[in-house]
Design a protein. Structure first.
Length: 294
């Protein structure tokens, strides 16, 4: 059996961390292996089976779990599987985790305990609800962005956001045990969170099918609920954000109209021009000129 070493996967001795998103195809598998580091897994989409210390567990969208160092495990994919994998040595967060161990709900969160004690077993895992999945993906995307771009201070921000994610998950665990949300409150919160997600990812080619799936709703149910709570359709909401950001870019950059249209998520310039004029009563070019002359 293969045992993966820290130096082969983690960034550096003084920053033992790695984050990546993986997409596995139908019937693909990851052979039995172990590793020196901790492996944190979040399932974004799909389903499969996880073989952990000789036992088999079904994993699917919304699942969160941790693989301890030196425990043999493997994956088998059903239709497909998209996961975020965070690999790190416990030493990267030893001080922060020890401080948080005084917070009762954090200690109760059984995914963090493996980092604070020597012996623990994979007894179960946390499955996030649709509202929590949106928040979780936002947290992971922020960490991944910092880690990928490696701008000034990225290591500090990665550690800070990693702690933020663990605190969030401890709260999810606490809610699961003690504070169940009503269906109505949960539904409203889901729409609020997906609206925030759309705003953060306005330039991405998000489809109605994708955001509906994120919310755990059918497309027709999501369309109805989104308009009920937001006062407009998903497409109208996203386009308003894109046009608003485009206007800001026209005033703050020297990029041409085509570049700005593409940056906010429009590949069709004629459609962008038509929509812009429809929403503002003036073409993008005339808008920019009028604002500069004002």
């Amino acid at each position: 059996m293969t045992r993966f070493q820290n130096e082969s996967y983690l960034e550096a001795h003084d920053f033992p961390f790695h984050l990546e998103q993986y997409t596995f195809k139908k019937k693909e598998s990851v052979k039995p292996h172990s590793h020196e580091f901790v492996e944190f897994v979040y399932v974004v989409e799909g389903s499969g089976r996880h073989i952990y210390a000789g036992s088999e567990y079904l994993i699917q969208e919304g699942d969160v779990f941790v693989i301890e160092p030196d425990v043999e495990h493997a994956y088998f994919v059903d239709e497909h599987l998209i996961v975020y994998n965070i690999l790190f040595a416990p030493s990267i967060l030893s001080h922060e985790l020890q401080s948080l161990s005084n917070v009762t709900s954090f200690v109760d969160f059984f995914y963090v305990e493996p980092f604070l004690r020597q012996s623990v077993h994979f007894q179960s895992h946390l499955r996030l609800n649709p509202h929590q999945r949106i928040e979780m993906k936002q947290l992971l995307d922020r960490i991944l962005s910092e880690y990928t771009e490696k701008m000034l201070g990225y290591r500090l921000l990665v550690k800070t956001r990693l702690i933020e994610m663990f605190v969030f998950l401890s709260r999810c665990y606490d809610q699961m045990l003690h504070k169940p949300m009503t269906a109505l409150a949960s539904e409203h919160k889901i729409i609020e969170r997906v609206a925030e997600f759309i705003e953060l990812h306005h330039a991405n080619p998000l489809s109605l099918a994708q955001v509906s799936q994120m919310c755990g709703m059918s497309q027709s149910a999501f369309t109805s609920r989104f308009k009920q709570y937001m006062g407009k359709t998903f497409i109208e909401f996203r386009n308003e954000i894109r046009i608003r950001i485009a206007k800001e870019l026209m005033l703050s950059t020297n990029s041409n109209i085509l570049q700005i249209a593409q940056e906010v998520g429009f590949d069709d310039l004629s459609f962008f021009n038509k929509l812009f004029k429809q929403m503002n009563g003036i073409s993008p070019g005339k808008f920019r000129k009028s604002q500069k002359e004002a």
